[in-house]
Design a binder for this molecule. Structure first.
Ligand SMILES: *Cc1c(COP(=O)(O)O)cnc(C)c1O
Length: 369
């Protein structure tokens, strides 16, 4: 077996231990006579998986009782709508920071439902960044305040979350469980699973129970947080297999020492990669230093031709999916929890070799092959 280092932004690499465990659990799960995909979602076998998923998330985030954990469908994109449906009533305004492509989508999806105030618009700023406190034009008595903790495409990340009188809502799709957070700052946190939690198809929502209990309008059960809480995310058939994989990923994370331990590793990985970029005089980082993402490291080369060549040659060295998002170009190395430090080291070695050749000094090249 020879797995490549996969820098995909999402769906992203899973820990190898998790994939091996999945293989072991197929075609028969724990002697139950069938796989976990083929049993009732209301039965004992799946029930234990469902409860462990919730328990592991609670443990990893050290979640107080006043927050509910939901395992929903529809991705982060579904939450772009579900949040205003539940919390943005007629005559109210919700504040949104437009920090990049994902925040833009969140805003676009809320606008058909209610009034949105864009509290800061830095989506098009180069270098990419997050807003400074002085940039924010907040609405008094806003229904809520929405931020995107990590802009997956721009490669920018909030380092200190803004203070907010309104309930703070965060799209943490691409940095959930990558660093410690003070959950109590937030009324609602959501994340599509396919970056840091498991496969696509599961959406994690953490919401304050008292807030969820007060939706601003009547909604179908599927889209009402209160109903989903009451039904323990079993209002309909949940994405059972994805939730099972989420259990394996969260178990793996607990074995790694939890969020604090993985945060240290993530900091180390990102620091190394940014240091190599900064020292190169060749690779140009895309994000402002104070807002650099520890998950999605974005940079440019001197020309688009070189970028193309870089991505191709990297793939030939088993460094996959380094192409920046189609909307912005450039190079993006996504180094989520599951990316081992060895993957970052291999990328740095390749970058150094590539630079030498591009600058016409191939003679000294030593580690390519
Ligand atoms: C990937 C991503 C999304 C979209 O998630 P889906 O599950 O495809 O809906 C939204 N927000 C952020 C920050 C993302 O990284």
């Amino acid at each position: 077996m020879s797995r490549a280092f996969n820098f995909s932004a999402g769906p992203a690499a899973l820990p190898e231990e998790v994939l091996l465990q999945i293989r072991e659990d197929l075609p028969e799960y724990k002697g139950c006579g069938s796989s976990i995909m083929e049993v009732s979602h209301r039965g004992k076998v799946y029930g234990a998986v469902h409860e462990e998923a919730i328990a592991n998330v609670r443990k990893l985030l050290n979640l107080p009782e006043e927050y509910a954990v939901l395992l929903l469908q529809g991705g982060a994109t579904g939450q772009f709508a579900m949040i205003p449906w539940n919390f943005l009533g007629d005559g109210q305004t919700a504040d949104y920071v437009n920090s990049g492509a994902w925040a833009t989508k969140a805003i676009q999806e809320a606008q058909p439902i209610g009034t949105v105030n864009v509290a800061a618009d830095i989506a098009k700023d180069i270098p990419t960044r997050m807003p400074r406190v002085s940039d924010l034009k907040l609405t008094p008595n806003a229904a809520y305040f929405h931020i995107t903790s990590n802009e997956t495409i721009a490669g920018s990340q909030w380092q200190i979350f803004p203070e907010s009188k309104a309930p703070l809502v965060a799209d943490m799709s691409s940095d959930i469980l990558s660093r410690t957070i003070d959950v109590k700052q937030f009324a609602l946190i959501y994340a599509g699973a396919q970056k840091n939690l498991g496969p696509s198809g599961v959406t994690l929502v953490i919401v304050r129970r008292d807030w969820a209990a007060k939706p601003v309008r009547k909604l179908p059960g599927m889209y009402a947080y209160a109903t989903q809480i009451k039904e323990n995310s079993l209002f309909n058939t949940p994405p059972c297999f994805g939730i099972y994989v989420l259990v394996l990923v969260t178990r793996w994370l607990i074995q790694q020492g939890g969020v604090e331990a993985i945060q240290k590793r993530n900091q180390q990985k990102a620091a190394k990669l940014y240091a190599a970029i900064d020292a190169s005089g060749f690779y140009k980082p895309t994000a402002e230093k104070a807002y650099r993402s520890q998950m999605n490291v974005t940079f440019r080369l001197p020309s688009e031709e070189l970028e193309e060549k870089f991505i191709q040659e990297a793939a030939a060295r088993k460094l996959l999916e380094l192409k920046g998002h189609r909307s912005v170009g450039g190079v993006r190395a996504s180094i989520y929890n599951a990316m081992p430090e060895a993957g970052v080291d291999a990328l740095i070695a390749f970058m150094s070799d590539f630079q030498r050749v591009a600058q016409g000094n191939p003679g000294k090249c030593c580690s390519s092959g």
